[in-house]
Design a protein around this ligand. Structure first.
Ligand code: GAP
Length: 437
């Protein structure tokens, strides 16, 4: 095998995602919808692996984590209290010549338009990124609602419900995985910045005196999560926000950043939201969201440490991290070196010839019935079938050949090292177990 290369362009990733059925442009047959994507079979499985890994990691690291599935639609009053009506804006500017629209903080307005080369800008305007809609048939003020731009607010408004119905005590966390929507001025970099996406958010409620401790703890835990799912350490770093970067609700934020080909960019934000959200919802709803401390016999409003990461953004990072090209016996191959826990398909079962189908198909069925995500493939040359599995990141292929009939063994071929070993068909399940544990 020749030296492997891992430099890859965004276009290569996009085309691989489409070719192998990971991601499609949404409503493509109608010309697509900018910044909106659909996930195919392998894409859905990769997303599910990401969600599972996140859930497992936060619940392993701390007990006292409860889950919520909040509504996507939220009333005007809730978004007013959260500060999103007032403050969830990006600055927008248009080129008067070519009518291209930009985020004003992403271009130099002293220079010409990057699209047409002219220099004629509109004034910079603030653009609210929430999608507004009307609930019910009558379009009066009271029916205005918004698609949530973050899942977090449904957690804050349910804080008391969750606490009183689950008998938990501070400190505890409420976690949520769900859709969020932002009318981004310029969706870009594939799934990195889109208009419809999924967030995995944890709001950790603690006593104000423990804020520093939990902020540091969650920064450590979240930073280390990424290497456990196979992301290379050199591509991950933690960066503190400058004061002027902070969101309206945060007094300090650390981003976990990934080194994309288009620069170090935020994967996840860990923010100290203090009591901002509970205070705001208390004030606007008139409901008391403080908790009573039995020891000190006094009430206080808990502070919140938030960890928030986008599933699609992590999906993109995993592709860049895993993508690799090398040459085997003069033939170029593309391989996704996903960590086995992330790989959508854990193993492929391949008969060397169509005459050998039955026994390996039976083994495949047995393993699939035990809940492993596996594939059976008998069409095309064995080399082509290996390439296909490499390209979708399957860690191991089990091949049944003419010797298998005698020794009841299959050849296990490792995706990354290409090492082949004979193993008994009875040991295939434990082989997979080892690989995944
Ligand atoms: N509740 C806090 C919050 O929403 P954020 O930094 O705006 O904070 C958190 O978003 C995470 O959500 C980001 O780190 C990113 O992974 C993901 N995210 C945000 N906007 C996104 C977009 N337009 N497209 C894809 N992912 C996005």
């Amino acid at each position: 095998m020749s030296q492997a290369t891992s430099n890859v362009s965004l276009d290569t990733i996009i085309s691989l995602c489409k070719r192998r059925g990971f991601v499609y442009q949404s409503a493509e047959i109608y010309g697509g919808l900018n910044g909106v994507y659909d996930f195919g079979h392998l894409g859905s499985m990769l997303k599910q692996n990401i969600r599972n890994a996140w859930t497992q990691s936060i619940t392993k690291q701390q007990e006292n984590i409860l889950f919520l599935e909040g509504a996507i639609l939220g009333p005007h009053a809730m978004w007013e209290a959260s500060g999103h009506i007032e403050g969830f804006h990006d600055p927008m500017v248009d080129c008067l010549e070519c009518k291209h629209r930009f985020r004003a903080d992403e271009i130099d307005l002293q220079k010409s338009c990057p699209h047409c080369g002219n220099k004629a800008w509109t004034d910079v305007r603030q653009f609210n990124m929430m999608f507004k809609t009307h609930v019910g048939a009558a379009q009066e003020h009271s029916s205005v609602a918004y698609l949530r731009p973050e899942t977090a607010q449904t957690i804050f408004v349910n804080f008391k419900n969750v606490m009183s119905t689950n008998r938990v005590k501070i400190p505890f966390g409420i976690a949520q995985i769900g859709k969020a929507f932002r009318n981004e001025i310029t969706p870009k970099h594939f799934l990195f910045r889109v208009r419809e996406f999924e967030q995995m958010e944890l709001e950790w409620f603690c006593h104000p005196d423990d804020t520093q401790h939990f902020f540091d703890l969650w920064c450590d835990l979240r930073h280390s999560f990424y290497t456990t799912i196979g992301i290379k350490e050199k591509n991950i770093r933690l960066r503190s926000h400058e004061k002027e970067e902070l969101a309206h609700y945060s007094s300090r934020t650390n981003d976990v950043e990934y080194q994309f080909p288009f620069g170090w960019k935020e994967l996840e934000g860990i923010a100290d939201r203090g009591s901002f959200d509970l205070d705001q919802h208390s004030k606007h709803s008139g409901k008391d969201l403080s908790v009573y401390d039995d020891e000190t016999k006094s009430s206080y409003v808990p502070h919140v440490i938030e960890s928030s990461v986008g599933v699609g953004r992590l999906f993109t990072a995993l592709f860049f991290d895993a993508y690799c090209q090398d040459v085997i016996e003069g033939e170029e191959r593309t391989v996704l070196k996903f960590h086995p826990s992330m790989a959508p398909i854990k193993a492929a079962f391949l008969p060397l010839s169509k005459k050998l189908t039955e026994p390996i198909r039976n083994l495949y069925k047995q393993i699939a019935q035990k809940g492993y995500k596996v594939e059976f493939d008998e069409s095309g040359s064995i080399g082509k079938r290996y390439r296909r599995q490499d390209e979708i990141g399957t860690p191991v292929c089990f091949t049944y050949d003419f010797d298998s009939e005698q020794d009841q063994c299959v050849t296990a071929r490792d995706r990354d090292t290409l090492k082949q070993e004979r193993i008994s068909m009875d040991h295939v399940e434990s082989y997979l177990n080892n690989l995944l544990s």
